[in-house]
Design a protein around this ligand. Structure first.
Ligand code: MN
Length: 226
């Protein structure tokens, strides 16, 4: 049976719930059934029907959720308190129940913030002008990491569309890839079946590693199928 993969959604400028199609097609290609999770769907109930969770990319997380009250709003893009609150709770629940989680871009930041880690709120040089499928920087993948085992490579060329990033990793998370300028680009849940955050957008890259990553999420989700 195909695993059901809940994918979180954002808001567009009209206030509609919004999700880029590529997240759904990547899950479908990997053998999963994508289920869109708007931030009004109750996390506990939503997890009752999902075998895995994909935290999608999108706008910035509000700094106050990481304990920072003083912040220049000029550097906060597409913030959504509704989405923040929903995704943080969904992530904490999925993590504690060991439901497979893949966090992409904003999703790795949500994963880290949900578990108590801190973020950089405005870094430079990680928002590429190149098209989405093209890589713009290299990452180094830690030895003995799940990602290294999965991809069988130590370095990878990735795309980059973020100005937030992990600052200090949460308890229970390990940073397992960094860029050449020292920015965390991947993190893994310690001792979890499958809990990975990536700072790049694999759904836009037609690469072997993208296929492997989505396939691994769906395979692990399938093993825990309800
Ligand atoms: Mn980057």
């Amino acid at each position: 049976m195909n695993p059901m993969i809940g994918i979180t959604t954002g808001n567009n400028s009209d206030g509609d719930y919004f999700l880029r199609r590529k997240y759904c097609t990547a899950i479908l290609r990997a053998g999963g059934i994508p289920i869109m999770l708007p931030p009004i769907s109750r996390p506990r109930s939503a997890l009752g029907i999902c075998d895995g969770i994909l935290l999608s990319g999108g706008g910035d997380i509000a700094p106050r959720l990481c304990g920072i009250e003083e912040y220049d709003p000029a550097f906060l893009f597409e913030a959504s308190p509704e989405r923040d609150e929903y995704e943080l709770e969904l992530t904490r629940l999925a993590f504690s129940r060991d439901i497979p989680i893949l966090g992409i871009c904003r999703g790795i930041q949500v994963l880290n913030a949900a578990l108590g880690g801190s973020l950089h709120f405005h870094i430079l040089n990680h928002t590429q002008k190149l098209s989405r499928e093209q890589p713009s920087h290299t990452i180094h993948i830690a030895e003995n990491s799940y990602l290294n085992e999965l991809f069988s490579v130590d370095t990878l060329e990735v795309n980059s569309f973020h100005h937030q990033a992990i600052r200090t990793s949460a308890n229970g998370l390990r940073i397992t890839a960094v860029s050449e300028d020292g920015i965390a680009e991947a993190a893994e849940g310690v001792g979890k079946r499958f809990c990975i955050g990536v700072q790049w957008h694999p759904e836009h890259m037609n690469t072997r590693e993208s296929d492997i990553l989505f396939a691994a999420l769906c395979a692990k989700a399938s093993q825990g199928k309800k």
